[in-house]
Design a binder for this molecule. Structure first.
Ligand code: G3D
Ligand code: MG
Length: 219
């Protein structure tokens, strides 16, 4: 009887937990974003916006009324990207963070015109290749993808629509765009917090929507 009651109590008080993977090149703002999310969703905390390059991983769980989000911030330097794939099979959504001040408006226009087999140099090409690599991995099949055009507070940033049309759409339309999935491109500033709540809202709705394909863990 005790075990039955305990089981019922645990069932009634447990919540679904979903894992969110933050990916993107180094310096895109992943760690700042994680700190901002933690601060926004736990009222008592001030964001620690003094980040240092991430070696290994930062992980935090935020508590929302109906679920937990466990957010993984894994390092974006070239040498650490090989580790990303070990997180793919167990994540429920991927956030790909882009530094909107480090892609170049002129480069984006060029990217929109080039053929898929043509080479482009620089940070934008690196960003495209890394995103394609994530989407091509079979363990990310069907996983909702949120692309965040971060650093929108900077004067030299590229507008979200340009990133959407010039980069993200190109990736999805290309051969390496991976399977069909739920996706969205949103603007944000991890530093000021603008757009961060909208990003989390989108993630919550999409992980719930996709829960038959990727069931949550009960906590
Ligand atoms: P990463 O974890 O993706 O490598 P970080 O990136 O979160 O460590 O951020 C790298 C730098 O970008 C940091 O600046 C950080 O303050 C800045 N940054 C992150 N998000 C934003 C944003 O939305 N707007 C602006 N203006 N800057 C941002 P430093 O100077 O510490 O290297
Ligand atoms: Mg970091």
């Amino acid at each position: 009887m005790y075990h039955l009651m305990k089981g019922l109590y645990l069932y009634a008080t447990s919540k679904e937990e979903y894992s969110i993977l933050l990916l993107g090149l180094d310096n895109a703002g992943k760690t700042t974003l994680l700190e901002q999310i933690k601060a926004i969703f736990s009222a008592s905390l001030h964001p620690n916006l003094k980040t240092v390059p991430t070696v290994g991983q930062n992980v935090s769980t935020i508590t929302l009324p109906d679920l937990y989000l466990k957010i993984w911030d894994v390092g974006g330097q070239h040498s650490l990207r090989g580790l990303w794939q070990s997180y793919y099979a167990s994540c429920h959504a991927i956030v790909f963070v882009i530094d909107s001040s480090d892609v170049g408006d002129a480069d984006l226009a060029k990217l929109a015109e080039i053929r898929p087999d043509e080479e482009v140099d620089g940070r934008l090409q690196e960003c495209r290749m890394v995103l394609e690599d994530v989407l091509q991995n079979e363990d990310t099949e069907g996983v909702p993808l949120l692309v965040l055009a971060n650093k929108q507070d900077r004067e030299d940033c590229v507008e979200v629509v340009r990133i959407k049309e010039g980069l993200v759409r190109k990736v999805f339309e290309g051969e390496k765009g991976g399977s069909v999935r739920d996706s969205r491109v949103l603007p944000c500033s991890a530093l000021t917090g603008t757009g961060v709540k909208e990003a989390v809202d989108w993630l919550c709705s999409r992980v719930k929507w996709n829960k038959e394909a990727r069931p949550p863990v009960m906590r």
